[in-house]
Design a protein around this ligand. Structure first.
Ligand code: SF4
Ligand code: SF4
Length: 140
C-alpha cells in the first residue's frame, strides 16, 4: 500500500467525466480530495491524496493519461521561517532527523533541510509559526 499526493489538471473536455469514480471503483484506490477547482467547459484542477496498491496506481496513471489528464506529483516539505523563530529550542528534542541545531555559543537555532524525513512532528511544537508545511508541484 502506498500513499501519494497529486495535482490533476483536467482539459475542458474531461472536466465533466467521472474520473474520480473510475479511480475508486476500477482501480480500488482510496481518494481524499484536498482541493478542487472545477468549472464545466474550462480547465479543472484537483489536488488529491491517493492510497492503494502500486500496480493499481500505475494502471490508474495510464487511465488518466488516456483522458489527457496531466498528473503532477505534489512534494511536501518543511520550511523554517528564521524571521519568526525566537530560538526557544522547543523543536530540537523531538525531531528524529536532528534537523534543528543549536549553536551552543549563541544559543541560536539553525535548520538543516536535507536531514528532514517529513514526519511533521515539529509542526505542532512551534508556537511561533516558524515552522510551515509547504507543497510544491510543477503545475502550469
Ligand atoms: S520551536 Fe519555533 S520558535 Fe522555537 S526554536 Fe523551534 S522554530 Fe524557533
Ligand atoms: S518534519 Fe520531522 S524530521 Fe522534519 S524537521 Fe520536522 S520533526 Fe524534524
Amino acid at each position: 500500500m502506498i500513499k501519494k499526493k497529486y495535482l490533476l489538471v483536467f482539459p475542458p473536455e474531461a472536466v465533466e467525466e467521472p474520473v474520480t469514480y473510475h479511480l475508486i471503483h476500477d482501480y480500488r484506490l482510496v481518494i481524499n480530495i484536498l482541493k478542487a477547482s472545477v468549472t464545466p467547459g474550462k480547465k479543472g484542477r484537483l489536488t488529491i491524496e491517493v492510497r492503494g496498491k502500486e500496480d493499481n496506481l500505475a494502471k490508474a496513471m495510464a487511465y488518466l493519461a488516456s483522458m489527457n489528464v496531466a498528473v503532477k506529483p505534489v512534494v511536501e516539505g518543511i520550511r523554517w521561517r528564521e524571521d519568526r523563530c525566537v530560538h526557544c529550542t522547543a523543536c530540537v528534542p523531538g525531531c528524529p532527523g536532528q534537523c534543528f541545531v543549536v549553536d551552543r555559543k549563541t544559543m541560536r537555532i539553525s535548520f538543516i533541510q536535507e536531514r528532514c524525513i517529513g514526519c511533521r512532528h515539529c509542526l505542532s511544537v512551534c508556537a511561533y509559526g516558524a515552522i510551515e508545511l509547504v507543497e510544491e508541484n510543477n503545475a502550469a
